[in-house]
Design a protein around this ligand. Structure first.
Ligand code: PEP
Ligand code: MN
Length: 359
């Protein structure tokens, strides 16, 4: 795999990207050992993952092999030299994972949503020196993710990483968990010193979309990837549709276009700077225009107040959306983008008008 030169400034101390792989669940000793061997032999994987305790939506499914699996992971590390990480959701699991000298712990999406659980983990981690990776919560709530980070950092854990695994949604999407990249980017901008890892497996839920999501993450300067791999994915006891063989994983990594955050080239920097200036200028103009738009909205609010008319008028809103979508289409802006943008603008207009009407 040809990857960028070592630019690691973060605690991983590794050349980026940091590649974490292994099965969704540890199933048998031979499955763990054969996966770890294949990944270690490739030389492209830095950390082995496997779920020992599996949080399942409904009872009755495979809930993980438990502590027994920790010994398999330890053996795999001894045999093939690959450090390992497991998911922990309770204080007892932290204790067990530490007893087997796990190298890194990760907190799953179903745990990050629950401040009680995260605090229990933080309490169990007090005084312990182990890196902890925190997955985003199931729901698109950045503050829950940030809260989990604060709790774990509050316990004195210094090496913390973030994992973007997408957000659950109701309804149609090609993804198992919609990526909502903007949330991961916002978190990354808030905590530029922390490694941000992308987990394409749980975002996609299916193999054919993985490559696209991995590439997007690398294009967005993510620090690593956590990808599920299994010697026989179709027979996996959990998440069968999204796992790939170690061989397929290596093919995908080899086909990636790796990016560096920076290169030493004056002409590149000059061109980039000129484009950034344009972006700044356009952003300034858009902000000015939005300010003007809100002033007009307030004027309409005053008019509505005088005439005792409701703020929200569905017909007019439809007309605004249709006009903008048609215009957007002509300049290459998707309907989805225009609608999301206008909804935000409209919400702000309504709030402004409400203030006028309440005065
Ligand atoms: C997993 O990594 O196998 C897992 C359960 O992930 P998540 O917490 O993202 O659903
Ligand atoms: Mn999984």
């Amino acid at each position: 795999m040809s990857t960028p030169a070592a630019t690691a400034k973060k605690w991983t101390g590794l050349p980026r990207p940091w590649i974490i792989s292994g099965p969704c669940s540890a199933e048998t000793e031979s499955q763990v050992l054969s996966t770890a061997k294949a990944l270690a032999d490739s030389g492209n994987v830095h950390l082995f993952r496997a779920g020992i305790w599996k949080p399942r939506t409904k009872p009755g499914g495979f809930e993980g092999v438990g502590v027994e699996g920790l010994q398999w992971l330890k053996t795999a590390r001894q045999e093939y030299g690959l450090p390992f990480t497991v998911e922990v959701a309770t204080a007892k699991q932290v204790e067990d994972a530490l007893q087997y000298e796990a190298d890194v712990l990760w907190i799953g999406a179903r745990t990050t949503v629950n401040p009680f659980s995260v605090q229990a983990l933080a309490d169990a981690l007090k005084g312990v020196k182990i890196p902890v990776l925190i997955k985003n919560p199931l729901n698109p709530d950045l503050e829950l993710w940030a809260g989990a980070l604060e709790r774990i950092a509050g316990a004195g854990i210094e090496k913390i990483g973030l994992i973007h695994r997408g957000f659950s949604n109701y309804g149609n999407s090609e993804y198992r968990n919609v990526p909502m990249w903007h949330l991961a980017i916002e978190m990354k901008l808030r905590h530029p010193q922390l490694p941000m890892i992308n987990d394409p497996s749980h975002i996609c839920g299916r193999r054919d979309l993985l490559m696209d999501v991995m590439q997007r993450a690398i294009d967005l300067d993510f620090d690593g990837l956590m990808i599920e791999s299994h010697p026989n994915p179709d027979q996996a006891w959990s998440d069968a549709n999204q796992q790939v063989t170690p061989v397929r994983l290596m093919e995908m990594l080899a086909a990636m276009r790796w990016r560096t955050e920076d290169i030493n080239s004056d002409s590149f920097h000059t061109a980039l700077e000129a484009l950034r200036q344009q972006i700044n200028q356009l952003d300034n103009e858009m902000v000015q225009l939005l300010g003007r738009r809100m002033q007009v909205a307030e004027e309409i609010g005053r008019y509505k107040k005088e005439n005792n008319i409701t703020i929200l008028q569905a017909g007019r809103w439809q007309e605004i959306i249709e006009r903008a979508c048609a215009q957007g289409e002509r300049v290459g802006l998707s309907r989805e983008f225009i609608t999301r943008y206008l909804e935000a603008v409209h919400m702000e207009s309504i709030n402004r008008q409400k203030k006028v009407l309440d005065n």
